[in-house]
Every structure is written in structure tokens, then in C-alpha cells.
Design a protein around this ligand. Structure first.
Ligand code: GLN
Length: 256
């Protein structure tokens, strides 16, 4: 049965994700309510404006259900604002911050590359994507008031990074926990990662005609379904073993 990909449709580029899924023959459904998460195999959280999206998600009481969905191990992909949603920690937020879904062991900076005016496109080196989905070793990265990932945990695989644009004002990372501020001083910054069932990109593949990121995500879906099936047949065979042992004649006489 074809996997059903949910696309969180509160705000932002969900139509573009739906169109990208249609182009590769995948079934996408728009998700606006918690109960709709029960009927999908994987979820895309699109780009947009993460504060607005968080307000809408709060209004619809979606955060607990989204966290639960991430915890099921089903694939989840956040693009841009969606990446911010999935990060365990976000810096560069408006005062008071915003609620996050979390699950992705990283620190994200919300507007790392600057304001809307500093939006840009660039070629990104993506050897892992090319290895898995074929095609060129690079992809077009569309960065719109984009976030970037400053730090990742050890279980996070970095799929792409990019040079920090020259002349970009230095970023001070305030922990907010009484620890010292740090200045981001590296010359490259992470823009695509995978951690188990979670995929995250700081840029917008849904705005290009390169469908390899969507294909990669569908492949994660297939992997997770295969795992679920294997787990099911394993538990069925261990049940069989149990039944077998129950049916086996006891070696000792049983006195009643
Ligand atoms: N920086 C934006 C935010 O904070 C995200 C931009 C995007 O999704 N294109 O939400």
C-alpha cells in the first residue's frame, strides 16, 4: 500500500510540498488537526514563519500530538521553519522564545543568514543524496531568511553544510542559562542533517524541480515500514515459539 505523507498545513510552503509529492507520484495529505496525524505514515513540516506556525499549532493544541508523532519513529522532515520546530534548542528567537516540537539533537539559529534581504541561492555539495538517489553531487539550495544549525549531537549525520557568507554580522549565542555568550566563529555552517527518523534542511527543496530530497524522504518511509514489519514478524515468531513451548509435553509429571 502506498505510504501517506502528511504535510503540516498551518502556514508556509505546504502547497509546494504537496505539489512536489504529486510530481513523484506520492500521496500527500494536508494535516491541520491532531487526529489527522493518526492516519499518516510520515510528516513534512514546511518552511514559513516559525513563530506564526507555533502560535497556530498552539491554538490547535497540536504540540503534544506532534511530539508523540516524532516519538513513534515514523519519518519526519522539517524544512526551514520546520527544522526550527524539530530542533531541541533554538537561539536567535524573539523575546520569550517559542514552543518547539524537538526531537532533533541540535542547536539551530533562527535567522542565521540575516533578514529577508539576505536570502540567497547556492549550490550545495550533497554526496550522500547523490549516492542514495543518483544524479549530481550538488543540489540547488534556496535559503529564505534561513536558519542554520550551529551544533549537532553525536547521533546526527551532517548531510550538507555551506560557507558562512562574507560580511555576515557575527552571531552571539546567548545560552540564557547563565552560561557565557559564545560568538559563532566557524567559516562553514550545517544546513542539512539526519538523525534516525528525522530529516531536516535549512533550505527549500520544494521550491526547486530536484525531487531527490522528497524521494530520500519516501525511502526513509519505506525503511521505517520494513522495520515495523520485521518487528511484527519477529514478535509473531516469538509468540509461535511460546505457543510451541506451551504445547510441548512437560518433562516432569504434573500432580493436580
Ligand atoms: N527564519 C524563519 C523563521 O524563523 C524561517 C524561514 C523559512 O522557513 N523560510 O521562521
Amino acid at each position: 500500500m502506498a505510504a501517506v505523507v502528511g504535510v503540516l498545513a498551518l502556514q508556509g510552503s505546504y502547497n509546494e510540498h504537496m505539489a512536489a509529492l504529486r510530481r513523484i507520484g506520492a500521496k500527500g495529505v494536508e494535516v491541520r488537526k491532531a487526529e489527522q496525524l493518526l492516519g499518516i505514515d510520515s510528516l513534512i513540516i514546511p518552511g514559513g514563519e516559525s513563530t506564526t506556525m507555533a502560535k497556530l499549532a498552539n491554538f490547535h493544541n497540536l504540540f503534544p500530538a506532534l511530539r508523540e508523532f516524532v516519538g513513534t519513529g515514523k519519518p519526519v522532515w522539517g524544512t526551514c521553519a520546520g527544522l526550527i520546530f524539530l530542533a531541541d534548542k533554538a537561539v536567535g528567537q524573539k523575546t520569550g522564545g517559542q514552543e518547539l516540537v524537538g526531537g532533533l539533537d541540535c542547536t539551530v539559529h533562527r535567522n542565521f543568514f540575516g533578514s529577508q534581504l539576505q536570502s540567497f541561492e547556492t549550490e550545495l555539495s550533497v554526496p550522500m543524496l547523490a549516492e542514495k538517489e543518483g544524479g549530481s553531487n550538488t543540489c540547488r539550495g534556496v535559503f529564505i531568511r534561513a536558519p542554520a544549525i550551529l551544533e549537532v549531537g553525536q547521533d546526527v549525520e551532517v548531510l550538507a553544510d555551506c560557507p558562512v557568507p562574507a560580511g555576515r554580522p557575527s552571531i552571539t549565542i546567548t545560552s540564557g542559562e547563565g552560561l557565557e555568550d559564545q560568538v559563532y566563529s566557524k567559516d562553514r555552517v550545517i544546513v542539512a542533517v539526519r538523525q534516525g527518523n528525522i530529516l531536516a534542511t535549512a533550505f527549500h527543496p520544494e521550491l526547486t524541480s530536484d525531487s531527490r530530497w522528497h524521494r530520500l524522504f519516501l525511502d526513509m518511509d519505506k525503511e521505517s515500514q520494513a522495520k515495523a514489519l520485521a518487528a511484527l514478524s519477529l514478535s509473531a515468531s516469538s509468540n509461535d515459539a511460546d505457543v510451541g513451548s506451551k504445547n510441548k509435553a512437560p518433562d516432569l509429571p504434573i500432580f493436580e
